[in-house]
Design a protein around this ligand. Structure first.
Ligand code: FUC
Length: 765
């Protein structure tokens, strides 16, 4: 199994650095022995503070906009939305600081840099004029710190410094170096600077932060007040803790972070690096090794960045990208931490691309697509935390913008749980911001968590109460159209536009994705009511709406309709494929049960083309896998593995790929594609469709022989399987829940019925 990323030179920028993290602290390691750079993040360090999520006059404007759209005047309706409804932007995820380790090594004669994903340790082994040396870097979850050890066979001198791009002060005293600072109160997104404002503004009440490190060495330690100097050391250990003022999304960030950092640091300062490392690797590998994918690849003795050139032939790369996504998930989404944002927990920019926020019209959801299939249900909890925030703040938004019950969120969320549509005073903003469906989409994840884990307590106490409030919002909003169908209106289809008289518009009477998300939420609420034996009347109301809810339609050209009418699209190859939600992640369309709709999806995909952003490619891999076309599915993984130079920092043509450090290039770096591709590969091997477990449903020829151990499927079932020349040769199912399941193997029509006894592996084949 491929578990290592390997390089023969230090990173030149972030896109070549190696990422480590414990969900809270994130670090990007550059690994240059002479001047090492380690950029640091903390998952709660964001600009901003709690605010209100309503807007005066918004509901009145909404009513007027709705009237215009329903009467066919899209330009007038969209104008009202953009001028009178759209509101404040989200805040941004901040870089915390950078740590530098300088050493007097002289010329380097040999160099290796590796990330061992199974143990979550980065190592740099090198030889310089002074002899050989090694560096190890890890972020420990059990000890809550970043730990770095530099060892060498002869003495070295080091200088250790730190700084931050935010407002900060730095102090070095004794063996400690500490940085304290303040995040901005407001960061405006790139390209959206209101007149008379600064891109980055500081002000009262924003988030403070501290990080501090303790040095342990056999050398002589001194300091000049700002940096630490170590002379004549063969061993140097740095232990770093960090914290911010954040306590809760609805409270001023006023925690004493300095006090908390120093108490954490003093608690671990005595710990030996070897002990920290052994507890860390034990902890990390226990999650990482839950799943094992072996595609019988030949060993390739090449640096990882060079292997990307041979994508499509180098089978081990599929294992590597699959394992890397799981590695990133375990490193960034620990129980009790914040959900992974656009850049996971790793961001170096003070004005990051798209604020490094939660973009919830595909990106955040994609981050959590692989979590259950890859047997990491605990790592889903941070998303629940995020959903809980919006379920509170979104009540104000529902009331203020729509005069509706329940709660709603739009396309952006931040640490503070913002829920309003963004794009204040911005012409053209409706295409991304006027989309009130993320609260519905996020609820699919809550119900899915139950379906995988069968955790009824979670369903009763957490998932269903939130789902019900989300459903109430859409219930209030539905109106009957002239055909007697319930529609959610007006809306958009993220982030696509169509042409009217040669001009681009985005707001429509209804969109397929909006309808699908509502249908799914209502359907799942009905299931909850049955499982929990509650809310019978509410469920009947939902059932009644479901019967007349506008759903999929096929256009004259055989494609699935994206909007209420077959508009001429502004961009036929648009990167989003929102109207295919019902195929993936939704479960409305399958090749067997709805073949016509499946064909329409195929046509839509063909027409959209085979290019895309990193996440767009991953989504298409999942969609083709659901269409049972393994060859097409894997071709998107190959395109995603297309090397993107470390120097490419922004998007030009939405051509996605992979940076040298295997991070997904939207471009720029966006972590969603790394997670989406894991889901895509898992979908090729295992699906759950219409109550049937489908094994190897979309197996590409080049993955004809292999094994996968530990993948999970709905029903709390763990699947271990081996296959040879495209045929399943061994299958074992295990579950803590007694149940009888139906299993279909490969393309064969024959279904098997399997009875599972709790905790006892059942060998089916
Ligand atoms: C949506 C996408 C972009 C990008 C951004 C973060 O706006 O359309 O491609 O992923 O989110």
């Amino acid at each position: 199994m491929e578990n290592k990323l390997k390089y023969s030179s230090p990173a030149r920028n972030f896109n070549e650095s190696l990422l480590i993290g414990n969900g809270r602290i994130g670090a990007a390691v550059y690994g240059d022995p002479k001047k090492d750079t380690i950029s640091l993040n903390h998952d709660t360090l964001w600009s901003g503070k709690p605010r209100s999520y309503g807007k005066e006059g918004a509901y009145d404007a909404f009513c007027r906009a709705r009237e215009e759209i329903l009467s066919g005047n899209i330009p007038a309706g969209q104008e009202i939305i953009e001028q009178e409804i759209n509101s404040e932007w989200s805040q941004a995820y901040m870089p915390m600081g950078t740590l530098y380790i300088e050493a007097n090594d002289g010329d380097i004669t040999s160099y290796r840099r590796e990330l061992d994903m199974e143990n979550a340790v980065v190592t740099v082994d090198y030889t310089s004029e002074k002899g050989s040396a090694k560096r190890e870097y890890l972020v420990s979850h059990p000890h809550g710190c970043l730990a770095i050890r530099c060892t060498s066979d002869s003495a070295r001198d080091y200088v250790i410094r730190a700084d931050s791009k935010l407002l900060y002060t730095c102090a070095a005293i004794g063996s400690t170096l500490a940085v304290s600072g303040q995040a901005p109160l407001t960061v405006f997104p790139q390209g959206h600077l209101p007149k008379g404002r600064e891109q980055v503004e500081y002000g009262e009440g924003s988030m403070g932060f501290t990080f501090a490190l303790e040095v342990k060495t056999d050398g002589v330690l001194s300091s000049d007040g700002f940096s630490l100097t170590v002379s004549g050391a063969t061993s140097l250990t740095l232990l770093l803790c960090a914290d911010t003022g954040y306590t809760s999304f609805d409270k001023a960030p006023d925690k004493d972070h300095e006090e908390s950092v120093f108490s954490m640091l003093s608690a671990i300062a005595k710990e030996d690096f070897d002990l920290i490392k052994s507890e860390h690797t034990k902890d990390f590998s226990s999650y990482y090794n839950r799943v094992k994918l072996d595609l019988c690849a030949n060993f390739v003795d090449k640096d990882t960045d060079l292997r990307l050139e041979d994508r499509g032939n180098d089978i081990g790369l599929y294992e590597l990208i699959f394992n890397f996504g799981r590695y990133l998930l375990i490193s960034s989404s620990r129980y009790g931490t914040e959900a992974t944002n656009l850049q996971g927990i790793w961001n170096e920019h003070i004005v990051p691309p798209w604020q490094s926020n939660y973009t919830v019209n595909i990106n955040t959801e994609m981050n959590y697509w692989p979590v259950h299939a890859c047997a990491l249900p605990e790592f889903f909890e941070p998303l629940v935390t995020l959903i809980k925030k919006i379920s509170v703040n979104g009540r104000e938004t529902a009331k203020s913008f729509y005069n509706a019950e329940g709660f709603v969120s739009h396309h952006n969320v931040d640490l503070w749980g913002m829920t309003n549509p963004v794009g204040k005073d911005t012409r053209g903003s409706a295409v991304y911001s006027f989309w009130a469906l993320s609260s519905g989409w996020l609820c699919r994840h809550l119900f899915e968590h139950y379906e995988y884990t069968l955790d009824k307590d979670f369903l009763r106490d957490t998932a269903y109460p939130i789902m019900k409030e989300a459903a109430k919002f859409y219930l209030c909003m539905l109106v009957k159209d002239e055909n007697g169908k319930y529609i959610f209106t007006p809306t958009t289809s993220p982030e696509n536009r169509f042409l009217i008289d040669g001009k681009r518009y985005a707001v429509s009477k209804w969109s397929t994705m909006s309808q699908c998300i509502i249908a799914e939420l209502f359907g799942n609420c009905v299931k909850c009511s049955e499982i929990l034996g509650v809310d019978g009347e509410f469920a009947s109301n939902l059932r009644e709406k479901l019967e007349s809810l506008q759903m999929h339609e096929i256009g004259e050209d055989g494609r699935l309709l994206e909007w209420d009418v077959q508009h001429t699209e502004n961009e036929v190859n648009h990167r989003h494929v929102s109207h295919l939600y019902g195929l993936y992640p939704g479960e409305f369309i399958t090749v067997d049960s709805t073949p016509e709709l499946a064909d329409a999806c195929k046509k839509s995909l063909e027409c959209r083309g085979d290019e895309g952003t990193g996440w767009g490619l991953a989504w298409k891999a999942c969609l083709w896998a659901r269409l049972k076309d393994g060859e097409r599915a894997i071709s998107f993984v190959d395109t995603q593995l297309c090397p993107i130079s470390y120097e490419v920092m922004e998007c030009k043509n939405w051509d996605g790929g992979t940076y040298p450090n295997l991070l997904d290039a939207c471009p720029p770096f966006q972590i969603d594609g790394n997670f989406g591709v894991v889901a895509g590969i898992a979908e090729m091997l295992l699906q759950y469709e219409d109550g049937v477990i489908k094994l190897l449903p979309a197996l590409p020829k080049r993955l004809a022989t292999g094994s996968a151990f530990g993948l999970n499927v709905k029903g709390n079932i763990t699947v271990d399987m081996e296959w040879k020349d495209g045929k399943l040769t061994s299958l074992t199912l295990t579950s803590p829940a007694e149940q009888t399941v139906t299993v279909a193997c490969g393309a064969s029509e024959e279904n098997l019925t399997v009875s599972i006894t709790p905790g006892k592996p059942v060998k089916v084949i």
